[in-house]
Design a protein around this ligand. Structure first.
Ligand SMILES: [Zn+2]
Length: 193
């Protein structure tokens, strides 16, 4: 199974809305942002297709290199998001949750994540590489501590440059002054609240 760097879910308890996985639409990603005191949590969910161009376990050396590069990119959230500098936010650890990316740690390619999603079993019957036809998501959580959260009014999304396949990002924010939702694209990469 995938290795999760830390647990998800706690951040969403504060906004009182049960978190359901967004639909898997190629080219689209979702970003949930919560601000509580000085703690900012951003959870990105996207089809792996958006980030890698494929969604199965990397097979070739080139694909493995792409997956490794993606993991490295996600470890540098300051290159994916620009938070208002006046808020003095500093990113901490990134949590990455994706069975395909975790595979490189797992050792036994193709076996580890077979049947991870019971709803997809019917697609896999009899296949040697059972995950190859599945649609996999990337889930990454970025945390930052902001010294002046009261002047944090938005984020510029650099993901459109990082992931050219990303055409639309649906964003939601929840903080002390309420909630906000927005839809962003490469021409409108700033999400304000
Ligand atoms: Zn897909």
């Amino acid at each position: 199974m995938q290795k999760t760097v830390f647990l998800f879910g706690m951040a969403f308890a504060s906004i009182g809305v049960a978190h359901a996985a967004p639909p898997h639409v190629h080219g689209e990603a979702h970003l949930e942002i919560t601000l509580e005191d000085k703690r900012l949590v951003m959870t990105l969910e996207a089809p792996l297709e958006v980030a890698l161009g494929f969604e199965r376990a990397p097979d070739t050396a080139e694909e493995k290199q792409k997956a490794a590069a993606l993991t490295e990119q996600l470890r540098h959230p300051e290159q994916l998001f620009t938070l208002d500098p006046a808020a003095q936010c500093v990113f901490a650890a990134t949590g990455i949750e994706s069975p395909v990316l975790a595979e490189k740690h797992a050792g036994h390619a193709h076996e580890e994540h077979a049947h991870e999603d019971p709803h997809e079993d019917h697609e896999h019957a009899g296949r040697a590489h059972q995950a190859e036809e599945a649609h996999h998501d990337l889930r990454a959580q970025f945390q930052a501590t902001c010294q002046k959260p009261e002047v944090l009014h938005g984020v510029d999304i650099l993901l459109f440059k990082t992931f050219p396949r990303l055409s639309r990002l649906r964003a939601a924010f929840a903080g002390p002054k309420g909630q906000r939702a927005g839809e962003l694209d490469a021409r409108h990469p700033r999400f304000s609240w």
